[in-house]
Write a protein that binds this ligand. Sequence first.
Ligand code: PLP
Length: 494
Amino acid sequence: MQIRIDRGNGRPVSRQILDAIRGDIEAGRLAAGDRLPPIRSLAERLEVNRDTVAAVYERLVAEGLVESTVGRGTFVRAGKAAGRPEPGSFEPRLSPAVRRLLDLDRGRPRLATAADVAPLHTLIPDPGLYPVSDFRRAFSRTFASEGAALLAYGGPQGHGGLREILAGWLGASGIAVGPEDVVLCSGASQGISLALRLFAAPGDSVAVEEPTYHNVLATLLALDLRAVPVPMRGDGPDLAALERTLEQPQVKLFYTMPSFHNPLGVTTSLAHRRALLDVARRAGKPVVEDAFETDLRLSGRPQPSLAALDGSGLVVHLYSFSKSLFPGSRVGSIVVRGPALAGLLALKQATDLGGPLLVQAALAEFVRSGAYARHLGRVRKVMRSRRDALLESLECEMPEGVAWTKPEGGYQLWLELPAGFDSRDLLLDAARAGVLFAPGSQFHHDGRPSRGLRLAFGFADEPRIRSGIAALAGVVRQRLRAGPTRALETGVPV
Ligand SMILES: Cc1ncc(COP(=O)(O)O)c(C=O)c1O
């Protein structure tokens, strides 16, 4: 953004700044989603009073050209010259929930990924491991045998064969259900959305771990629900805080990831799980257990799921094929026991008339043929060695004062810089040095800074992981030498 102020031309300085920014937006030099410089830094750069810049920004907001969100900044609104529609064009007013969602999205960092940058930011599994041939064969076989029946509406529960398989797995893990209790859904994502809508109405609140899976925060916004954070401790969510939170009448449920937490990578103990269920039971509030990476245990003893420890219908259990197989199947499941199941089926039917039977049936055949078990064996082996490479590199490369978790499964771990550092401040330097990570702030319900960051090992191969960590350690060392940039509260103890 180039702004030149001419103090001798008689036009007020504020007018000159306003015209310059407005001109940039209207000419497309500033695009939708672009962030305007913080008031303080622009005022310093232009050598004007902060109030002058603040007044200009307020005017731009009033004109509908930009949007401001406390704590995130000021962004150019969608649509060139937003607020001034082209003659004849229709500019619908988006719902408040969607506008908040767009704000959240704009506040998230966007960095282009070059081919030589280590992608340690993403939880997408490595496409090189997708079992394309085996899945194609399963798909052909099942289509040949079930034919036109797979082209009908799926109905709210989904393909019976796949539900039978899932009920068998769930039963083996201690969750006593039949195929009639399993509802197939479009990934765990749809399961989350269904569970939220099952128990909470717009304006209600939902207890979430802090930090938590960032897309749950987006889903809450989209559904006009408020996130109430329950801080994560080294051994899982703080149960005293959970108790206080669930006592509030507007808080309707708790969303949690007891195994391979995203972003922390931690797994809670059996004692913690039992105590958590006691808290929820006393409060009479349902618990949504997101077991999205349950098939990806890499070491250590499996812990019983919350759903296995509770037979009373308190726990809603979510499963997904996205991380263990491939995300494009969009197949997961949601299990709700007791009288709420009828509500879930009605909600699912109202949502989409059922998911794609074709893919669900192919998945069932893929599992029955033994291809899924073979695939899982291979993926776990590769991921175990990637995780170990990551931990080894961190041990060798990271300077004193940096700590990280050691996940027993899944694809992610959490690294913490010393107190006073904001991981977002490292992102650009890290990208330039050849590595991407997910900054901890995006897992906070209010987007506030975090000294933590998530590193994922599902996408990058071992050499890329090692080079990425060497690059990150270089950036961290440089930052530590420069000292903290801002005062931050302490994060999650790791
Ligand atoms: C905690 C968590 N739950 C759910 C999902 C989404 O899963 P799906 O692809 O099954 O919708 C993700 C994806 O990263 C996740 O991290």
